[in-house]
Every structure is written in C-alpha cells, then in structure tokens.
Design a protein around this ligand. Structure first.
Ligand SMILES: Cc1ncc(COP(=O)(O)O)c(C=O)c1O
Length: 462
C-alpha cells in the first residue's frame, strides 16, 4: 500500500488539485513565502508517508491515507453520491470498456446459433451460466438496465387491464413497465416504519381480488427501496405471492452485486439487478434471472416469418429483442464480475461502516436519520434541517454553505443546495475514508458551533 499511496500522492500533488484536499490549501500563483509554506507541507507529508510505511500512522495520517487511497475520478474526493457508489467501475471494467467500446465488438466470433448468450469468445456463454448460478436461478440474461428486465417480465405476463402489485416505494420504472404492458399498478401501503410487510401484501391481493374479480398477475417488490433503502419483507412476500399462485419478481437493484442474493431461497420467479447501480458496470446494464417455470415463456424465441421473403430469425428471444448488450457494457460487467462476486461476501463490513458514519452524524444535535436504523444498507436518507441547515438560515451562501464546506473537506456527491432531507451512500469507502468522513461532518458542526454529543445517541423516531 505504501508505494501505491506515495506514487498516488506524488502524482496528485503535481496535479495541483491536491491542495484542495487540505483545509490549509495554498492558492495557485504562489509567492516566495507561499512556496516556502508549500515546501514545508511537502516535507510534513513525506514524513507522514514514511510513518505510513513504518505502520505508525497517526489519526492525521489515517485521514490523508483515506483521502488518497481512492482512484481515478474519486482520486481527489470522497464521493458519497447516493446512486453512483456500487456502480463505479473496477480497473478491469475500465480496460474492458476501452477494448470493447465499439458497438457489436462482442460479435466478432458470433457463430450459429447467432445469439449473444451463446457466444464463446469472449466467454459470454459461460458468463450467463455463472450469473444464473451465482443468483441461484435457472437462466440469466443481460439487459440494458433493471428497467428492461421489468419490461421483459411485464410484457410477458401482463395483459390489458391486469393488476400488478408493487410497493408504495416502488421505483418509477416499475410503474412504466406495467403501464407499457397495459396493466394497472396496485401499491402495497407501508407500515409505520416505512416497511412493506407480507401481511399488507396479502391484504392488497385480497383487495384487488374483491375489487376486480381477478387476482393480480404479478407481485414485484424491491428488496431495498430507492427512497430510504429500508429492507422489506421480501422472502415472506414471495411466500404470500406463491400461496396465491402469483409470480414474484424480486427487484435487486440495490442488492445484486453488493450483497449475496439467493433467488431460490427468496422464492423469486424473477431476479432483476442493475449493472450500473450495483455491479460495477457501464450503463445501461443489468441482469434478468428467471426460474425454469417462467423461462420458456419469458425467453420464448421468435416464430415470425417474413410474409414476402419467408425469412425466419432463428432463436432470437422476442422479449429481449434478440441480442442486448453488445459491447463495452457487457464486457465491463464480465470484467468486474470476479470482484463483484468477492465483494458481496463483505456486505456486513459495508453496513458497519454505514452505521459508523450515521452514528457520527446523529451526534450532531438536530440531525435525524429517516431510513430505518440501525442501518442495514449503505444508502441512507438523512434529515439535517435541524442541524446543518440551521446555519444556512443566516449564512450568506444560504443552503450552499454546507456543500462548500464538504467540498473544502474533499467530500462530494451531495446535491449542492439540496441538503435538508437528502441521501448519501458510503458503499466502497474504506475505513480510513469513513473515519475521515465522520470527522469532517463533526468538524463542520463544531466550526458553526452546532452542539455535538460525545456519546452515541439514539435517533429521533421517524
Ligand atoms: C429500486 C430501483 N429499481 C430499479 C431502478 C432502475 O434501474 P436501472 O437504471 O438499472 O434501470 C432503480 C434506479 O434508480 C431503482 O432505484
């Protein structure tokens, strides 16, 4: 690590932006005095690096290491953007993207039967098998985003006027997928903790049956929703769906690629994941995995024959419009896959880091966590109206003061000026970075004389 950090550091320093990392940043266009100050800083930092190499880091060392031990776009900042975190590419994916950026570059060795998931060079066929196995499902296909996975399923199962059960926190793309197929969404209400329960799902199914005289044709629920990233009763909901003989789609946009997902254990007929959200892949990419009961229908091949030319199109799958990801998107997914398979095994550690940071934020009086707490996910919705935003009331930069402060601390990813109730994600930050992040929030609070509790406090109930 030491050599890597040193090299990173030296390269970054030359880039001048490094100065922005430190609060005592030296502006550009240095006079002699400033130059001397900068040289002093360099000497100090070299000593810190030497400390690091000797394994005798001080808290300050840890902070700096945390800041430096990141790469490429993140190299200057700690990025807490809510939806970018787990989609960031691995180095392998970046290389694959360059090599396979050309459209149809997957098709060089496409041979009969002429379908993406059958190509063996590069090993796309094996990748499909591995994906299905990894999710413990029978078949897997890559799709341009989770939304296209929903669409393939709704357009298979939903007819005009059919009802589809979704959560009251369902993503808009689920609504569109149902609408596109002519169906009608029926939302399961949340309980007082913003959780979708199996009981409420069963009640909703009964209600639809009574109202329409027909059972819904699909239950489609997010394991973690996009608003709070609360965990919903996914396995029990799957059981309820099956008791009514309704197929169950598990939306793993926030799980597939960050935590282990076992489709059979969950009782999912369909598992949908998002490559660019959670699998370190280029957008748009995703996965649709299917069990044997529904694979023949969802993955049916074309029977169409040209009326003039009598042309047929072999084994192209109708719902996927034949082939799907034909270049860098797919190859980036494949290149990141070994890392992704490994990283899901460390989800518990990611959740610990998330809780560490949220605990620190809650020590700043007036801060609230709107998501369930303790956190079970790295994406969290917080409310800082009663803490940092109180400063905004009188600050000349108004709501932007907070973003200015975060940027000055080398932290980005919040929506500038929109930090009253807002979302952030700690996924992929190492412990040094999480400590640095927590300290930075505390320092900002202290700078503006917001009360900070020393002991861990429980959050205000939502
Ligand atoms: C819960 C949820 N499902 C589905 C999607 C859509 O995913 P994709 O962009 O891969 O189509 C999102 C995107 O934000 C989401 O949050």
């Amino acid at each position: 690590m030491s050599i890597k950090i040193q090299k990173t550091f030296e390269a970054l320093f030359e880039l001048e932006e490094i100065r922005g990392i430190f609060r005592e940043a030296v502006p550009t266009g240095l006079n002699a005095e400033e130059e001397a100050a900068l040289q002093k800083k360099i000497t100090e930092l070299k000593a810190i690096i030497a400390d690091l190499e000797a394994g005798t880091g001080t808290p300050k060392v840890t902070k700096i290491a945390g800041t430096l031990n990141v790469r490429s776009r993140e190299e200057q900042y700690i990025n807490i953007h809510p939806i970018q975190a787990a989609g960031r590419l691995t180095d392998e994916a970046r290389k694959a993207l360059i090599s396979y950026g050309d459209g149809y570059s997957t098709c060089d060795f496409c041979r009969k039967p002429f379908r993406l998931d059958k190509i063996t060079r590069p090993s796309i066929a094996d990748f499909h098998e591995d994906l299905a196995k990894w999710l413990n499902m029978d078949q897997a296909r890559v799709v341009p985003g989770a939304r296209r996975g929903f669409q393939a399923v709704t357009s298979t199962l939903v007819n005009k006027g059919d009802s589809v059960i979704v959560s009251a926190l369902a993503h808009y793309t689920e609504f569109l997928a149902v609408e596109g197929a002519g169906g009608i969404v029926k939302e399961v209400p949340l309980n007082d903790k913003n959780i979708v329960t199996a009981e409420a799902t069963a009640d909703k199914i009964e209600e639809v049956k009574t109202e329409t005289g027909k059972l819904p044709v699909l239950v489609m629920i997010d394991h973690y929703d996009y608003q709070f990233a609360n965990e919903h009763e996914i396995t029990a909901i799957g059981k309820v769906a099956h008791q009514y003989d309704i197929p169950f789609l598990y939306n793993g946009a926030y799980t597939v690629g960050v935590q282990p997902v076992d489709g059979k254990k969950i009782g999912a007929d369909f598992v949908v994941g998002s490559g660019h959200k959670s699998m370190a892949s280029v957008a748009p990419s995703g996965v649709l995995a299917i069990n044997d009961d529904f694979a023949p229908k969802t993955l049916r091949t074309t029977a169409m024959v040209g009326d003039l030319t009598k042309r047929k199109f072999g084994i192209k799958e109708v719902e996927l419009l034949g082939c799907t990801l034909m270049g860098g998107t797919l190859l980036s997914m494949m290149a990141s896959f070994p890392t992704v398979k490994e990283r899901v095994l460390h989800w518990d550690e990611e959740v610990k880091k998330s809780n560490y940071f949220i605990d620190a934020l809650l020590r700043v009086e007036g801060s609230k966590v709107l998501s369930e707490y303790p956190r079970k996910h790295t994406l969290t919705k917080v409310d800082t109206t009663g803490s940092y935003d109180t400063v905004a009331q009188t600050h000349k930069r108004r709501g932007f003061f907070f973003s200015d402060e975060l940027t000055a601390h080398g932290i980005v990813g919040e929506f500038a000026g929109a930090t009253r109730t807002w979302k952030l994600n700690t996924y992929g930050l190492n412990w040094n970075q999480v400590h640095y992040l927590a300290d930075a929030f505390t320092e900002i609070a202290e700078k503006y004389e917001l009360p900070v509790q020393k002991e861990k406090i429980q959050p205000n109930p939502v």
